[in-house]
Every structure is written in structure tokens, then in C-alpha cells.
Design a protein around this ligand. Structure first.
Ligand SMILES: C[S@@+](CC[C@H](N)C(=O)[O-])C[C@H]1O[C@@H](n2cnc3c(N)ncnc32)[C@H](O)[C@@H]1O
Length: 278
């Protein structure tokens, strides 16, 4: 392990994430939290990927499962990372800090013949009461994690065969940067990006492979109004400004018919994987 390099990169990753804090002068003007976890988006993402499994992360997990194996999904949300693997999964454990998402995952797993073990709590705090698995998947969580080292050490210690992480190529909130400028004249950060995470993992001594790829875009909300509501909250704007948010989304060419989520997803992705040590 290159300790000095790892420490420097680790600090850069954490500092980049801290820079996403919203100034209090803006948050104090609204009553709703801007840090929205849109259940509808995670549910539709899981349903779509169960119906049509595919992509680099899925292929790397299939490869590691071989004929069959157990799966641990950390930051599982609706189950988009683990449930598409159901046909090869002997047991699935889902960890998430938000209970409604775990309930939705259980509901979705039943028809696939799986009875998931649910662990409610924050990773890596809950790692000691989480069983190890053959394959550990963790999709779209690392941009929420300031302290990468203990988080990935616990992922690695829980995987017998392989850890597979998926994140967007750039921080997902960058999609909202032009809107922050338009509504608040606030410049938002540009980083961190997947390349920094890959560098950090290598400096921490992991034998990391990585691939950048693009997933075809798909509607993530049932209607445009839901996208407007979540975007308005994320931008710290009160309900009476929903019309302005809708207009700005349209000006910027956001699809009315196939609304994407701006802030938790994206089509340019990085899949990062390394051997487990359980
Ligand atoms: C953007 S969602 C991704 C969900 C799912 N993996 C997917 O790809 O659709 C991130 C999820 O991770 C959960 N989460 C974030 N940080 C976490 C942590 N440290 N421990 C457990 N869950 C976490 C959130 O509650 C949320 O459900």
C-alpha cells in the first residue's frame, strides 16, 4: 500500500464531497430537505433491470457467481444491483439505511423466488452483523461515502469471490449545476469523479479492474410532474416555484415523455471490481 498517496487521495475524495454542502443561507429559506431519496426512481430502476438484466456490472457479477452463489447488496435501494441476479443466487442479503426501500426490495424479491435477509443500518457500522457472501455488489453509493477506506475494507472482508462497485462517471449531482446557477447564482463543485476513486482504491492496495460504459437512457419517473417536485426540493425552492422549475427543465431539453432523475443517476457509468478476501 502506498500510504502517503492513499492518504492524499482519500483526503481529496472527502474534501470534494464536503464541497457539495449547500450554504445555510439557502437551506434556511426552505422547510423541506434537499437530500431527497426518490423511492420511485430506485423502484423503477430495479424493476427495469430485473426485466432486462444487462450491463458491465451485471456481467461481472454473473461471471463471479458462476453456476450459483450468495449475494450481498450494500446500499441496496430497490435491489437494482442484486435482484437481476436472482436466477443464480442461493441467498441474498440487502443492507440499506432507509427502511422503506428495503421493504420494497423484499416485495420485489418474492416473485423471483428469493427471501432476502434485510439489514437496516449504515455500512460499515452494520458489517459485524451482516453475513459474508460469495459476491458483494454496491451500486451508486460511494459518492455518499466520505471515508472510503473503512467502507471498502468491510465490503472486501464480506466477499469470498469478488466485490463489484458501480458509480456514475461523474458525481450525479453535477446534472443540477446549471440549475443552481440559474436559480441561486451558486457555483457547484464538479468532482469527485470515478477516476479518483479508482486511483484511491489502487493506492489502498486493491487489485482493481475498471471499465467505463454507457447504459441506454430510460424514463425514471412515471410523469414529468414527479421529476419537477424532486428537482424543486433538491434546488431548495418552495412549492410555489414548481412552474419555474418545470420551465427551466424544458428549456434545457429534459424529456417530458421519458423523465430521467437529475441527481441520483446518469448513463455514463464506471464498474470497478476486485477480489474478495472473506
Ligand atoms: C442512489 S441509491 C442506489 C440504490 C441501488 N443500489 C441502485 O443502484 O439503484 C443509494 C442507496 O444507498 C443507501 N445508502 C447510502 N449510504 C449508505 C450507507 N453508508 N449504508 C447503507 N446504505 C446506504 C441509500 O439509502 C440508498 O438506498
Amino acid at each position: 500500500m502506498n500510504e502517503a498517496g492513499a492518504e492524499r487521495l482519500s483526503r481529496r475524495w472527502a474534501d470534494n464531497l464536503t464541497a457539495w454542502r449547500i450554504p445555510e443561507s439557502i437551506t434556511s429559506r426552505v422547510t423541506e430537505s434537499p437530500w431527497v431519496l426518490p423511492e420511485e426512481v430506485f423502484a423503477s430502476r430495479a424493476a427495469r433491470q430485473i426485466a432486462e438484466p444487462g450491463g458491465v456490472s451485471y456481467e461481472r457479477a454473473r461471471e463471479a457467481l458462476g453456476a450459483s452463489g450468495s449475494v450481498l447488496d450494500v446500499g441496496a435501494g430497490g435491489g437494482a444491483a442484486s435482484l437481476p441476479l436472482a436466477a443464480w443466487t442461493t441467498e441474498v442479503t440487502a443492507v440499506d439505511s432507509y427502511e422503506p426501500l428495503l421493504r420494497g426490495l423484499r416485495h420485489r424479491a418474492g416473485p423471483l423466488g428469493l427471501e432476502p435477509r434485510l439489514v437496516l443500518g449504515t455500512w460499515p457500522d452494520v458489517a459485524p452483523r451482516t453475513p459474508v457472501a460469495d459476491v458483494v455488489v454496491c451500486h451508486h453509493v460511494l459518492y455518499n461515502v466520505a471515508h472510503v477506506e473503512p467502507f471498502v475494507a468491510a465490503l472486501t472482508a464480506h466477499a469470498r469471490r469478488r466485490v463489484i462497485v458501480e458509480i456514475t462517471a461523474t458525481h450525479p449531482l453535477t446534472a443540477l449545476n446549471p440549475y443552481w446557477w440559474h436559480f441561486h447564482r451558486l457555483r457547484r463543485p464538479a468532482g469527485p469523479a470515478a477516476g479518483l476513486l479508482i486511483e484511491l482504491l489502487r493506492a489502498l492496495g486493491y487489485d482493481v479492474s475498471a471499465q467505463h460504459w454507457t447504459r441506454p437512457s430510460a424514463p425514471e419517473y412515471a410523469d414529468f410532474k414527479s421529476l419537477v417536485e424532486v428537482t424543486r426540493r433538491r434546488l431548495c425552492l418552495p412549492p410555489e416555484r414548481a412552474g419555474e422549475v418545470a420551465a427551466e427543465l424544458r428549456v434545457r431539453g429534459v424529456s417530458d415523455g421519458e423523465p430521467p432523475d437529475l441527481g441520483s443517476s446518469g448513463v455514463d457509468l464506471a464498474t470497478i471490481w476486485w477480489p474478495g478476501k472473506a
